[in-house]
Write a protein that binds this ligand. Structure first.
Ligand code: AHR
Length: 513
């Protein structure tokens, strides 16, 4: 009898525990809001091994390339439909003089890359090479002009070189260098981190300079610029306020924001990319989801000056920034990429999708061999990181209609602290297919979800998942496919309800048709 009562009590406990952990999610029909494909943008700076030894190989290299651009890297990035690529920096942009990077390569002057390791930059990868890369990737270039150490004239002439189709001094040089027609670059950054490496300016001083530089960065026929002002660092709301007030919504297409996830929250000792315990993981994710509040607060300030949301908030640098891999040049920012990075990528992309009324462009830092990289290379070998696989899963959201969602997340607790374990976003593509991306940050507990899709029509559900046994798991050159996307069988239709069990520490993307 005692045994029977014990069994009954256990049954009740497990029933209530399960009932408690069931999350109700509701997905509403689409309005006009689009998840811009440009949220899925990337960033390639002259930093460490991103360009040189990443995209760009030595002359006569045995690695398969076209005009020195690495073909395996291009093929991998084409698969995820990279929409735009930011270049040449970052901090490098404000020391870059574009005329050093055109013309015969053996005549190009060399420079010191003072920001990143003090190495010699030979300028072999310049304007033509970058735009060739963008053409190969079928993506839009996003160029950051030099405000910090450049001149208004230098920036104006670069735009003329890129975008003018008539007779002019700059177009004559461009033609001499083998490019008859202009590229018509549209995304144009006016400086980078002007509060820091881009000149240590005040917001008032920068916004005046912006107006001056932006005036002479001309719109040439058929090539109107989308001018982008250098925005705030993380919670510097005063910077956004000043730019919105002084520049105003009619003089810029976008205003940027940079926010990096630091595992420790401390720039001095950031923490290892691969060796961390659960407490450090929790802290990292706590720092990652601060993006939600930061984006919301900057957006609210922008709303005051621009209620029609004409100006895009562009998070053109984001990602996890850890200590460099032991034994590598500290100025090269080379770090490995674990399952933790994938959870950061999924969470951040969900945040951007959910703020896509204002966040209309973003750029992960950086594409190859730097910070939260998509791709790592070692001589002729190349591997796709867990972060890459998340971008592969989330590409279904690009330019799809945003679907509003609501739910109350279960908590992921660590000692006396808690963060939401679950984050979600949803969209509907032009064929009517609905995509729901879900991230479970809790490393121990699955999350069971009942989803009410109201009047949205669907008959079948399929899905893909990215997870691994340990948060510290990584892809290596000897085991490049340890972490990869796999078929997901944890979702089913039950009447009108979508039931999903999201395993611990996983990213899941569902397709409902
Ligand atoms: O992405 C690395 C650096 O971080 C960029 O050059 C700079 O803009 C930022 O501080």
């Amino acid at each position: 009898m005692k045994k029977l009562m014990f069994f009954f009590a256990m049954l009740c406990i497990s029933y209530f525990a399960n009932a408690q952990s069931e999350t109700l999610l509701s997905v509403k029909p689409a309005g006009d809001q689009i998840v811009s494909k440009h949220i899925y943008g990337h960033f390639s700076e002259h930093l460490g091994r991103c360009i040189y030894d990443g995209f760009w190989v030595d002359e006569n290299s045995p690695i398969s390339n076209k005009g020195r651009i690495r073909l395996d890297v291009v093929a991998a990035l084409k698969k995820i439909n990279v929409p735009n690529l930011r270049w040449p920096g970052g901090c490098f942009a404000d020391e870059y003089h574009w005329r050093d990077g055109i013309g015969p390569r053996n005549e190009r002057p060399k420079m010191v890359n003072t920001n990143w390791g003090g190495v010699t930059e030979d300028n072999s990868f310049g304007t033509h090479e970058f735009l060739e890369l963008c053409q190969m990737l079928n993506c839009e270039p996003y160029i950051a002009g030099n405000v910090g150490s450049g001149t208004v004239e230098e920036m104006a002439k670069w735009v003329e070189y890129l975008n003018f189709d008539g007779v002019s001094p700059m177009t004559a040089i461009r033609k001499q260098n083998g490019m008859d027609k202009p590229w018509k670059v549209s995304f144009w950054g006016v400086g980078n981190e002007s509060w820091g490496c881009g000149g240590n300016m005040t917001a008032d001083y920068y916004s005046d300079l912006y107006r001056r530089y932006a005036t002479y960065a001309r719109d040439y026929p058929g090539a109107p610029l989308k001018r982008i002002a250098s925005g705030a660092n993380a919670e510097d709301y005063r910077w956004t306020e000043t730019c919105m007030k002084n520049i105003g919504p009619n003089r810029m297409w976008g205003l940027t924001l940079h926010y990096y996830t630091l595992p420790t929250g401390n720039w001095g000792v950031k923490g290892s990319a691969t060796k961390f315990d659960e407490a450090q993981y929790f802290n990292t994710m706590k720092n990652c989801i601060r993006m939600e509040e930061i984006v919301a607060k900057h957006s609210a300030i922008m709303d005051k000056y621009d209620p029609k949301k004409k100006v895009a908030l562009i998070v053109d640098e984001w990602g996890i920034w850890t200590d460099v891999e032991p034994g590598t040049n500290p100025g090269f920012l080379y770090q490995q990429n674990s399952l933790r990075d994938a959870l950061i990528a999924g969470t951040t992309l969900n945040i951007f999708n959910n703020h896509s009324d204002r966040v209309r462009m973003a750029n992960l830092a950086q594409t190859v061999n730097v910070l939260q990289a998509m791709i790592l290379t070692e001589k002729d070998k190349m591997l796709l990181t867990p972060t890459y696989h998340v971008f592969d899963l989330f590409k279904v959201h690009m330019d799809a209609k945003y679907l509003p969602i609501s739910f109350t997340s279960p908590n992921y607790t660590m000692g006396d602290q808690k963060i939401p374990a679950l984050n979600v976003s949803a969209s509907q593509d032009s064929t009517g297919a609905i995509h729901v991306s879900l991230v479970n940050l809790d490393p121990k507990n699955k999350i069971s979800i009942n989803t009410d899709l109201g009047d949205l029509k669907w008959k079948t559900v399929t899905g893909q998942i990215l997870t691994s046994a340990k948060l510290t798991d990584i892809n290596t050159f000897s085991d490049p496919n340890k972490i990869h996307n796999a078929k997901f069988n944890g979702a089913k239709k039950s009447g009108k309800v979508l039931k999903v069990d999201i395993p611990a520490q996983s990213v899941v993307v569902l397709e409902l048709k």
